[in-house]
Structures are given as structure tokens and as C-alpha cells.
Design a binder for this molecule. Sequence first.
Ligand SMILES: Cc1cc2nc3c(=O)[nH]c(=O)nc-3n(C[C@H](O)[C@H](O)[C@H](O)COP(=O)(O)OP(=O)(O)OC[C@H]3O[C@@H](n4cnc5c(N)ncnc54)[C@H](O)[C@@H]3O)c2cc1C
Length: 309
Amino acid sequence: MTKRFPTPKGRLTAGRSLAELTWLRVGGPADWLFQPADVEDLATFLRELDPAVAVFSMGVGSNLIVRDGGLSAVVIRMGRGFNAITVEGNRVTAGAAALDAHVARRAAEAGVDLTFLRTIPGAVGGAVRMNAGCYGSYVADHFVEAQAVTRAGEVVTLDADDLNFRYRQTDLPEGCVITQATFEGVSGDPEELAARMDAQLKKRDETQPTKDRTAGSTFRNPAGFSSTGRADDAHDLKAWKVIDDAGMRGATLGGAQMSPMHSNFLVNTGGATAADLEGLGEEVRKKVFQHSGIELVWEIMRVGKPAPE
Ligand SMILES: Cc1cc2nc3c(=O)[nH]c(=O)nc-3n(C[C@H](O)[C@H](O)[C@H](O)COP(=O)(O)OP(=O)(O)OC[C@H]3O[C@@H](n4cnc5c(N)ncnc54)[C@H](O)[C@@H]3O)c2cc1C
């Protein structure tokens, strides 16, 4: 087994539980967890890794259900070597592990408006992969380029065409790991930007279960398939509304619940398994389809295998 694995500078751990690395706090272990020291370490590791071994990148797990049987893959999670943030004019470059909130704050201090990132609880790699967004702005509206390491261990630069941004999705090639991204924002007054971010945080806390174990919006907004991936193209039909109409606000399965506060948020109320959460999500999809004919599409990424029988 170990013969298939290169010896990296960073940390490689066998059988690492992923539950405590995700917001929902569920899921089995990864065969291996790799925390690369820097880009070169990651590139060398992927170059030398048996091409038959699957690779999965994770950020801070704020959009993930890892199934109870875990992930047969090398899970790559970036840390300290990947969280630098630099500002040059109106462009902000951040490592994949930099938290969206830190990027927004650092940009605002420099008079650059990336305030939309402030309330998204993920890191930069996940934000690019998911075309994250809120309050009328998506990553696609601000994206300049990203650095990534391919599964074959090549360091490449990706532009917007490579990623083909769409509503909450991109075309990142299988096994490709984003290591850094550059965004551009318009100029703004630092104090005004800070005040806007405070207001957004307050609004969030009033309307979403931000203190609970969730992964944000469970399903994409049904008509929100903007063709360009930019916010100004998106439609208005909301997932929470069709879930409400189907009578599923507050519905439960085991330890999983559709939040009474925001019906598109799936909550681990304590002892939920990944199977409870996914099962409840599928029940919601079924009820919504029966009620309105709308097929909800998962926004939460679900990965790994179910627990053995
Ligand atoms: C309370 C709450 C509120 C939220 N609000 C919003 C919101 O307003 N708008 C919004 O868009 N999202 C929202 N989310 C969802 C989530 O925060 C975003 O999707 C976020 O961008 C995910 O980032 P992450 O680092 O947690 O990625 P993860 O959840 O770890 O991973 C998500 C996906 O990105 C991939 N990925 C992660 N890092 C990399 C990388 N370095 N290279 C390649 N692929 C990678 C993973 O493979 C996976 O497919 C919310 C979540 C919560 C819990």
C-alpha cells in the first residue's frame, strides 16, 4: 500500500475521520488525508501518485455531505501554506485555504469591494469551484484567474473559459486542485464596505440558522440556472418557497431536519447520520416533485459511500 504513496513534505494521514472537518459533522473516514506544505509539494505528490488512486479536494466542508462509509480517495485539504492574501490595485489574490470572510475583510481594508464573500463560510478553493455568491454577486462576476494543480501534477493557470461558471457550478477537471485565485472588485470606501458587511452579517443571522450544523442552501434555486453564471442573469424562483409549498418546512428524519427558520437549510440537530441527511433531502425532492413537478437539484455536494449494511 505505502509503495503507491510518495513521501511528501506535508502531512499524510491514513483513515482520517472527515466528520469533524465538515460543517454538518457527519461522515466516515478518508482512506488518506493529505495536507500539502506548499504548491510544489502538492504537484510532486500528485505527479508521483499512482494515477489509479482517486483524489478529492476539500475546503472547510461547508457545502459537503460525506457519506457514512467514508471516501476511498486521497482527500486533499490545504492549510497554512495556502492562505496568503495580497492586494494589488483592485485585484486581490488569495490562497485556496484563505477563508472567504478574511478575503472580504482584507479587500475592504484596502478599499476593494468583495463584500459578497463576507458571509460565505467557505474557503477560496470551494468558492471558485461552487461559483459561490450572495447579495447579488457571484464569484464569476469578480473572477480574474486561478492557479491549480492537475491530477497529473502540472501547475496550470485557469481562466473563466476553462471553468465555464454556471449557477453554483463550474467545469473543474476531475482531480484538479485549485491552489489560489485572483478576484477584482470595484473601489469603495473602507468604512462603508465594513458597514455593509456588518449589515449583511446581521441580516444573515436574522434569516438563516447560522449557528446550527448545516451546509447552507441544500438545493439550487429551481429557475436560477443563469447561462453565464453571473448574478445579473439569475431567475427568481426560490427553493425554500417550493419546499414550503410542499409542506416540508421542519420535516425530520432521524437527527436530520429541514430548518423551521429557513426551509432550504438541512440541519443536523445532534445525532444525524449522513444517511439521515441525504434521505431527508431525497424525501423533500420527492414531495416537491409530487406537489409542483419541479425537480430540485442538490447544491450540497454528496461524496463517498454509504455505511456497509
Ligand atoms: C451557514 C452557511 C451559509 C452559506 N451561504 C452560502 C451563500 O450565501 N452562498 C453560497 O454560494 N454558498 C453558501 N454556503 C455554501 C458554502 O459555504 C459554499 O459553497 C462554499 O463556497 C464552500 O466552500 P468550502 O471551502 O467549504 O468547500 P467544501 O464544502 O469543502 O467543498 C465544496 C466543493 O468544492 C470543492 N473544492 C473545495 N476546495 C477545492 C479546491 N481547493 N480545489 C478544487 N475543488 C475544491 C470540493 O471538492 C467540493 O466539490 C453556505 C454554507 C453554510 C454552512
